[in-house]
Each structure stands twice: as C-alpha cells, then as structure tokens.
Ligand binder design. Structure first.
Ligand code: ATP
Length: 215
C-alpha cells in the first residue's frame, strides 16, 4: 500500500486574499514537498472583528486567486457553517474523516503562532495535526511567555521527514520569504484609493474594483 501524502490546510479570513498569503506558502510547499494546499476561509473569526467582505465575496476572491495555481484547492466547509470557526474543531472533524494514520498539517503565519495560546482548545492541535509556520516580518521568533515557549519546544522539529512519516504532533517553522503585506493595509490602501499592484493578484483586484469592495 502506498503511504498517504501529507495533507496541508491553510485557514484564514482572506479579507482579501493577498500575496502575503500565497507566496510564503508556495515556498513552504516547495521546501517540504507538498503537492496540494487546501485553502479554508473561515466564517465568523472568533477573535476578530467581522470581515468587511461577505463570505461569498471572500470565497470568490480566493477562487480567483487560485484559478491558475494548481497547488491550491478551496474548501468551503467553514463558510457553510453559521457557528464560529474554531480551528481545533474543524481539524478534529477533518481528522475523523481521514482516520488516524494520514499525515495532516495546518499552516499559519508567525503572527498566528504567537497568538496560538489564545485559540480555542489550541493544546489539542498537536494530537490532530502538525503545525507549519511561515515567516512574517515584524513578528518575534520567540513565544510571549516561557510557558508558551516550553509548549512550542515540546513539538518543534526541523526534520521534514517527521512531517511526512507521522500523522501529527510536530511544529515546523519554515524559512520562507518575508512579505510585508497584510489585508488590513490593503483595505486601508483601497479606501484611500492607493495602488495595490503587486500586493493582490490582478484578478482579485479587478473583482474588488468591479464590486466596489473596501471603499
Ligand atoms: P488582517 O490584516 O485582516 O488581520 P491578514 O493579512 O493577517 O489579515 P488573515 O486572513 O487573517 O490575513 O491570515 C490568514 C493566515 O495567513 C494567518 O495564519 C496569517 O498568519 C497568515 N498571513 C497573513 N499575511 C501574511 C504574511 N504577509 N506573511 C506570512 N503569513 C501571513
């Protein structure tokens, strides 16, 4: 029987999706040998103000961004829910679907790693999946407290083989390019009629402009 390949999920609000999302995870995929990344936009981000674009619009922008990027696939499961998107619950659901052996990973940026200890049931994540972290400029490489740092170090690895050979339980911080791009800044630029060329894929920018988003 062939070994199941590592499956990776990338969650986020994507309000809107931008190159700071796409480029670091493309580099990550290359670095560790991922043939597929599942992008999963969330519905009601529990710790955050509501997104400005609707779920449908955020989904459409993701679909436009990945249309010519075969690495990515869209998963709408969190958008179909009316309840908050708790990552740990979604990953528990995915783990049940995949069974205990399939290697599974959740991808986050460095900023999300630093706030992970505030996520609902975050301590259950290593039992469910690996966590793959991409670099983001301006965010520390150390956790906020010694307790959180000790938690992180329990799971940290730089051995890529472990990500493929084990179903879950490792945290890998990848040496990915740092892009100083955020959805907050893009929304602000759009409100102020500043250019977002090079920050957002052209098809997404066209959609934003055509639909008058983020004015
Ligand atoms: P906002 O500015 O609205 O907070 P965002 O740009 O941080 O949004 P999200 O959709 O909230 O985007 O992020 C989804 C995931 O992408 C998170 O794990 C986040 O850490 C990561 N991410 C976002 N921008 C970058 C970036 N420039 N570099 C690396 N990771 C990023």
């Amino acid at each position: 029987m062939t070994k199941p390949t590592l499956r990776a999920i990338y969650g986020g609000t994507f309000d809107p999706i931008h190159y700071g999302h796409l480029k670091p995870v493309e580099a990550l995929a290359q670095r560790i040998g991922l043939s597929r990344i599942i992008i999963m936009p969330n519905n009601v981000p529990p710790h955050r103000p509501q997104p400005q674009a609707t779920s449908e619009q955020r989904k459409t922008m993701v679909a436009l961004a990945i249309a010519e990027r075969p690495l990515f696939e869209l998963d709408e499961r969190e958008l179909r829910r009316s309840t908050p998107s708790w990552t740990a619950e979604t990953l528990d659901e995915v783990r049940h679907e995949l069974g205990p052996v399939q290697p599974l990973a959740f991808i986050i940026g460095q900023d999300s790693l630093l706030s992970l200890a505030q996520w609902h049931s975050y301590e259950t994540l290593p039992a469910l999946c690996h966590i793959l972290v991409t670099r983001r400029p301006g965010y520390a490489l150390k956790m906020k407290t010694p307790q959180e740092q000790a938690w992180l170090e329990r799971y940290l690895t730089d051995d890529i083989r472990e990500l493929h050979n084990r179903p879950a339980g490792r945290i890998f911080i990848a040496d990915t390019p740092e892009l100083d791009i955020s959805a907050t800044d893009i929304r602000k630029r759009l409100t102020q009629h500043q250019s977002c060329d090079g920050l957002v894929p052209a098809a997404v920018l066209e959609y934003i402009q055509h639909n008058g988003l983020y004015r």
